[in-house]
Design a protein around this ligand. Structure first.
Ligand code: SF4
Ligand code: SF4
Length: 494
């Protein structure tokens, strides 16, 4: 018989050091639960396959907590991004690129000489092991076979039924979270217009997607649907941010691992949808860069909210440590709504990521802004901000090129993700209560943001990083039971 946690809301408030007045305010906003397990078993649900915590509220389609002026939104030329070769050539001068490379090599050598976790032989070996990905093709390879190859009829179901089946298949194949959108109207506007390596995306009246050396073709004669997928990665390793010698290869292994796992999910879903009788496409030749800006798609389909670092999303279930990907199909799917879990409101009063960013790449402003094109906001590539920012979102300024500079010259960074207040382990009950309180009221946000002693998390000191090799951790360092409530797994809302 399962033993219930005994911490009550009163205990929780006491642990936070809040008095009766604080407890009363929370009591007014938070529903009454017998104990933690009672609270975590309450969830809103699309269907029973995706049960979420009670405080995660759905918003209207197309209206995420990242305020969006859809009249300004247009597709991005995705060759102007900081982490592509073309983008780096665009963002930095030749002298800056050479200097960046020299400083990066020096930082790695200093880390190796010191011998801390992240810079040992086994760490480099792990990072390289995690970096193995399957090949990508824009659409299903002919070797998969096409419709009805096995004599089975093409699968036909309602959009709701199809969504349920696709979520079950994607989860089985390795996806942490799955959402859906119809690729029409405003959602279609976010599609990239140029791939990161320079070929344009062309929408044409064709029966099947294809690509040539000159273009990447998307069928324009049918309704298409986006499948948004998130891959959680190791929170533990992501806390290996940069201190004196950079984040190093252990944090790098956690980063690479999402692409390895995504490549398996992508190929698996392509084959799954082939045998269902539908198309599945999205990434021409690279595991990270496709037709859709996957982070935006994650926000619009309700997997997460946008955070203070405009390049990073935050999920109520998985925190900041998720990678976002997307796939396109013609299997009809029911769209999932954007969410409000109190996360973006929390970012207004938190700002911890901006404080720990070593290159001042994240805004310290309380409020986000639509005015992201002021050259004075950026440290590099000042006069060409318009090329690397997708317009129409009210966001905090994130200086992508300053981040690329700072990350490289320190041999890795990601203090913003590792140290984010939401980078907590879900198994710890008090964090569930904190997150639910944040979702219900913003009154305590300032207090929570600085309550590191209560959270017990944060960046790992350099001399403690090697201890990771002594820990007993779950598969891939992630909690795959989040959102699961069947199959003899622990029953909970998240
Ligand atoms: S550290 Fe704080 S401000 Fe930064 S993304 Fe996380 S919650 Fe938001
Ligand atoms: S990765 Fe490091 S440099 Fe880049 S935004 Fe995050 S904290 Fe700043």
């Amino acid at each position: 018989m399962q033993k219930h946690h005994s911490m009550s809301r009163r205990d929780f408030m006491k642990a936070l050091g809040l008095g009766a007045a604080g407890a009363g305010t929370v009591a007014a906003a938070v529903p009454l639960f017998k104990d933690l397990d009672d609270m975590m078993s309450h969830g809103e649900t699309l269907d029973h396959t995706f049960k979420r915590a009670w405080y995660i509220k759905e918003r209207p389609l197309g209206d995420p907590t990242t305020e969006t002026d859809w009249s300004m939104v247009k597709g991005h030329e995705n060759n102007y991004i900081m982490n592509s070769t073309g983008g780096q050539n665009y963002g930095f001068t030749a002298e800056e690129r050479a200097e960046r490379s020299r400083l990066g090599s020096e930082a790695a050598a200093a880390g190796v000489a010191r011998g801390y976790g992240g810079f040992m032989t086994r760490d480099y070996a792990l990072s390289n092991g995690a970096g193995v990905v399957l090949n990508f093709d824009w659409t299903q390879p002919k070797t998969f076979g096409y419709l009805n190859v096995s004599g089975l009829p093409k699968y036909q179901g309602s959009p709701e039924e199809n969504s349920k089946i696709l979520r079950a298949a994607a989860t089985f194949l390795g996806a942490s979270s799955v959402g859906f959108a119809v690729l029409e109207g405003d959602e279609k506007k976010i599609c990239n217009i140029v791939h990161s390596e320079g070929r344009p995306f062309a929408w044409e009246d064709v029966e099947w997607p294809y690509d040539t050396d000159a273009k990447i073709v998307v069928p324009n004669n049918r309704t298409l649907y986006a499948i948004a997928i998130a891959e959680e990665f190791s929170k533990e390793l992501w806390r290996h941010g940069t201190n004196d010698f950079g984040a190093g290869q252990m944090r790098g292994a956690a980063n690479s691992d999402r692409y390895r796992r995504w490549s398996i999910v992508y190929r698996g879903l392509q084959r799954f949808l082939t045998y269902m009788g539908y198309m599945a496409f999205g990434y021409p030749n690279h595991q990270a860069r496709g037709l859709l800006p996957a982070a935006a798609d994650g926000i619009l389909t309700g997997l997460c909210e946008g955070g203070r670092n405009a390049n990073i999303n935050i999920s109520p279930e998985h925190g900041m440590c998720q990678g976002y990907f997307s796939l396109v199909t013609d299997l009809p799917l029911a769209p999932t709504a954007p969410i409000d879990a109190g996360i973006r409101r929390f970012c207004k009063t938190c700002g911890k990521c901006a404080e720990t960013c070593p290159t001042n790449a994240i805004s310290h402003d309380k409020e986000p802004t639509f005015d992201l094109f002021d050259p004075n906001l950026y440290q590099f590539n000042k006069n060409n901000a318009v090329k690397f920012i997708a317009p129409g979102k009210k966001n905090w300024v994130s200086d992508s090129y300053a981040c690329a500079w700072g990350t490289n010259i320190r041999s890795g960074c990601c203090n913003c993700m590792g140290g984010c207040t939401f980078n907590v382990n879900n198994g710890a009950g008090i964090h569930s209560l904190v997150k639910s309180t944040v979702g219900a009221t913003s009154l305590f946000n300032g207090f929570f943001a600085r309550a590191d002693s209560i959270y017990g998390f944060g960046l790992t000191p350099d001399d403690k990083k090697a201890e990771w090799w002594d820990k007993s951790l779950p598969v891939s360092g992630i909690d795959s039971t989040i959102c699961a409530s069947d199959g003899a797994y622990r029953k909970r809302a998240y």
